[in-house]
Design a protein around this ligand. Structure first.
Ligand SMILES: C=C1C[C@]23C[C@H]1CC[C@H]2[C@@]12CCC[C@@](C)(C(=O)O1)[C@H]2[C@@H]3C(=O)O
Ligand SMILES: O=C(O)CCC(=O)C(=O)O
Ligand SMILES: [Fe+2]
Length: 352
């Protein structure tokens, strides 16, 4: 079912009643923490802690996500990127549409790419930046596009350093060192060279009927890891087996780290990618900025040989980030399964 153009580009900020195009059926809003017992949320890890690596390893295994503090990203930069996002989303709709994402492109303004897999539209707007933001920024602010571009550049370069540091901490917790991965190089310079990250700005306007609306539907990220900066408004939830949806409360200055599908493959299934979603509010709007970090786009990703032995055969075949994004665009939540080496047993094939 495809939504009409007018639904897809509805100005959510001016809608007084939830339209049918955005009204979801049966959203599971019952959180275990609302009930009789409280389950804590993803751990908050101090990167200066002497056991940071072990703490991160155990968070990746049990949650597939954690928050970090003492990450060395300045408050100024976090505030700047948030203001840049606010400035963008508060532009009039006809201005934002000048930078609309083209049907076959990654970059630009529009609904989340995964929208086509759901019968209803999400209560959010997105702006995706892959490569230089110049062309789109010029269309948004013909007179004053530099400021936006500088902020994006600063933010991406700081995030790249943090993402790399986190990747080595995560892999380190599995006893993997820089010598075990040739594409990342001992200096990690290939990562710098290949444009290997995408920046996603998400805006969730206040919603007249939040219980029947979905900000961003449940998904895993097609990345090695994602660094998420959520403004001081709640909304992010992660799914934990046997418990259900758990809130990830905003913690001032902390960044949320998600394990993505490519790390799931690299770790041969030791660190599963985390299913997550964003819900919306009646009165508060919310902004989030996701730094989606991956390998150079044409490097083959496969289970790290050190993690493979007779008892742990490789679960996934080799695939590049580019190929994986194509697979995700086609199979969405069945993408990871389609990269499995062995065909899944028939009972796992599901109805579709
Ligand atoms: C590099 C990426 C990763 C993408 C696709 C492409 C550009 C935009 C990313 C997101 C961002 C929003 C959630 C998501 C699920 C979406 O719809 O677009 C992400 C998706 C993925 O992680 O699969
Ligand atoms: O807004 C959020 O908290 C989640 C965003 C997200 O999952 C994404 O951009 O991939
Ligand atoms: Fe995500």
């Amino acid at each position: 079912m495809t939504a009409r153009f007018s639904d897809k580009y509805l100005d959510l900020n001016s809608v007084k009643e939830l339209p049918d195009s955005h009204a979801w059926e049966s959203i599971d809003h019952d959180l275990p923490s609302d009930g009789a017992y409280k389950l804590e949320s993803v751990p908050i890890i101090d990167l200066n802690h002497k056991n940071a690596m072990e703490l991160i390893g155990s968070a990746c295994k049990t949650w597939g996500a954690f928050q970090v503090v003492n990450h060395n990203i300045s408050k100024n930069l976090l505030d700047d990127i948030e203001s840049a996002g606010k400035r963008l989303f508060s532009l009039p709709m006809q201005q934002k549409l000048k930078a609309a994402r083209s049907p076959d492109g990654l970059s630009g303004y529009g609904v989340a790419g995964i929208s086509s897999f759901f019968p209803k539209l999400m209560w959010s707007e997105g702006f995706t930046i892959s490569g230089s933001p110049l062309e789109h920024a010029r269309r948004l602010w013909p007179e004053d596009y530099h400021r936006f571009c500088y902020t994006i550049q600063d933010y991406e370069s700081e995030m790249n350093k943090l993402a790399e540091r986190l990747m080595w901490l995560i892999l380190g917790s599995l006893n993997i060192t820089k010598e075990d991965i040739n594409w990342a190089g001992s200096k990690g310079d290939q990562f710098q060279a290949g444009s290997s990250a995408v920046l996603q700005l998400n805006c969730y306007p206040a919603c007249p009927d939040p219980d029947r609306a979905m900000g961003l539907a449940a998904h895993t990220d097609s990345t090695i890891l994602t660094i998420l900066h959520q403004s001081n408004t709640s909304g992010l939830q992660v799914f934990r087996q046997d418990y259900g949806w758990i809130r990830v409360p905003p913690q001032p200055g902390a960044l949320v780290i998600n394990v993505g599908d490519l790390l799931h493959i690299l770790s041969n299934g030791w660190y599963p990618s985390v299913l997550h979603r964003a819900v919306v509010h009646r009165t508060q709007h919310r902004l989030s900025i996701a730094y989606l970090y991956g390998p150079p786009s044409s490097v083959k990703i496969f289970p790290i040989p050190k993690l493979v032995d007779n008892f742990h055969p490789p679960l996934y075949r080799a695939i590049t980030w580019n190929e994986y994004l194509g697979t995700k665009a086609k199979h969405f939540d069945k993408a990871l399964r389609s990269v499995l080496v062995r065909a899944p047993r028939s009972e796992f094939l599901g109805a579709k």
